[in-house]
Write a protein that binds this ligand. Structure first.
Ligand code: MG
Length: 317
C-alpha cells in the first residue's frame, strides 16, 4: 500500500471516529445509548444540533498539530512548539470551538495566549486525554524517527497537560499511528508499547494498562471499556489503551474498530478518534467506508492535509 493511502487513512480516519463518537461522549450508560440510537448503538453519523459528520475538539486540535508540523516541522523544537501554541490559541478563540472542548486544553490555551512559555503552560497535575487525542499527525511526520517522534509528542503535551503520564500517553498515540502507517504487525503493539513506556520511566501508568490488552482482547467491549476494565478514557493512559484494544480486536476492519470505540460509556469521541487514526493508518483510506470519508466535515481538507504531511515529513536518508 502507498504511504499516501495510509496518511489519508489516518487523518480522515481520526475525524470519522471522532464524528461517530461525538453523540455518545456524554451518555454515561449503554442502556441510554441503545435507547437513543437503537440496539446496535451509533452505527452511522448522527445529525443533532450539528450536521451529521461533524467532528469535535479532538480533530480540531489534531489539525492544529498538523498545521504546526507543516509550518515548522523542520525547525527547532522551540520553533515548532511556538507555532503549535499559536495554532492552539487561534483554535481556542475560534467560533468553531463549540464542540465540548476539554477544560484543561482551554486552560493551557489561556496561559499560552498570555505569553506563558510553552513548557510551563500546561496544567501540571492534569493527565486528561486532551494531549493524547491529538498526536496522530506527529506519528505521521516522524514516521521513520522514533526518538524525535517521542520528543516532539511529549513536548506537545506540555502546552496543555503537564502530568508525566499525559506526556507518555501523547507519545503513545503517535507511536501507534507510526507503527500502523509502517504496516507493522498489530498483535505486537501492546507488548511493544508497554516496553517503550517502561523505558520512558514516566510511562508506567500507560504500560500497566496496555499490558492488559492481550488478556482482555476476547472479552466484550462492555466488559472492558469502563471502570472495571481499561477505564473510561477520560485520562491519557486509558484513552490510548482503550483505542488500542478497539484496534487490536478488529485490526483489518475500520468500521468495527471505530463503532466499538464510539459506543462506550466513557470518552467515546476520543477513543474512536485515536482508534480511527491507528486503523486508518494501517488499512488505508479505502478501508474507511465511502459515505463516511465523503460526508465527514471538511473531508477535502482532511484528504489534502494528509498529502501535505506526506510531502513534508521528516524522512531519513
Ligand atoms: Mg471531543
Amino acid at each position: 500500500m502507498e504511504l499516501r493511502d495510509r496518511f489519508q487513512g489516518a487523518m480522515v480516519g481520526l475525524a470519522v471516529g471522532d464524528a461517530l463518537g461525538r453523540p455518545t461522549e456524554f451518555i454515561t450508560t449503554l442502556e441510554a445509548i441503545h435507547e437513543r440510537f437503537g440496539p446496535e448503538g451509533v452505527t452511522d453519523f448522527v445529525a443533532d444540533w450539528h450536521p451529521a459528520g461533524t467532528y469535535t475538539d479532538d480533530t480540531q486540535m489534531s489539525l492544529c498539530v498538523a498545521r504546526a508540523l507543516l509550518k515548522a516541522g523542520r525547525g527547532t523544537l522551540d520553533e515548532l512548539m511556538t507555532v503549535m501554541a499559536e495554532e492552539f490559541v487561534a483554535w481556542d478563540r475560534s467560533p468553531e470551538n463549540d464542540r465540548a472542548p476539554g477544560v484543561t486544553c482551554r486552560a493551557g490555551c489561556e496561559k499560552l495566549a498570555k505569553g506563558v512559555p510553552w513548557r510551563e503552560a500546561g496544567v501540571a497535575e492534569s493527565k486528561g486525554c486532551g494531549s493524547a487525542m491529538r498526536t496522530a499527525p506527529i506519528g505521521l511526520h516522524y514516521l521513520e524517527d522514533e526518538d524525535q517522534l517521542i520528543e516532539v509528542a511529549r513536548a506537545s503535551s506540555l502546552l496543555t497537560h503537564g502530568h508525566p503520564t499525559a506526556l507518555a500517553a501523547a507519545a503513545g498515540t503517535a507511536l501507534l499511528v507510526a507503527w500502523a502507517a509502517r504496516g507493522e504487525d498489530p498483535p505486537e503493539y501492546p507488548a511493544r508499547l508497554a516496553k517503550v513506556m517502561i523505558d520512558m520511566a514516566d510511562g508506567k501508568e500507560v504500560a500497566s494498562l496496555v499490558q492488559r490488552i492481550p488478556e482482555v482482547l476476547t472479552e466484550p467491549p462492555e466488559a472492558v471499556l469502563h471502570h472495571g476494565g481499561l477505564g473510561e478514557a477520560w485520562t491519557g493512559e486509558e484513552a490510548v489503551a482503550s483505542a488500542l484494544y478497539c484496534f487490536c480486536r478488529s485490526p483489518e476492519d475500520f468500521r468495527q474498530t471505530v463503532t466499538v470505540g464510539a459506543n462506550t460509556v466513557g470518552d467515546s469521541d476520543s477513543i474512536a478518534c485515536i482508534a480511527g487514526a491507528i486503523s486508518g493508518a494501517f488499512n488505508g483510506i479505502s478501508a474507511v467506508p465511502k459515505s463516511w470519508r465523503e460526508q465527514v466535515e471538511n473531508s477535502a481538507y482532511l484528504h489534502e492535509i494528509a498529502v501535505d504531511l506526506l510531502a513534508s515529513r521528516c524522512a531519513i536518508g
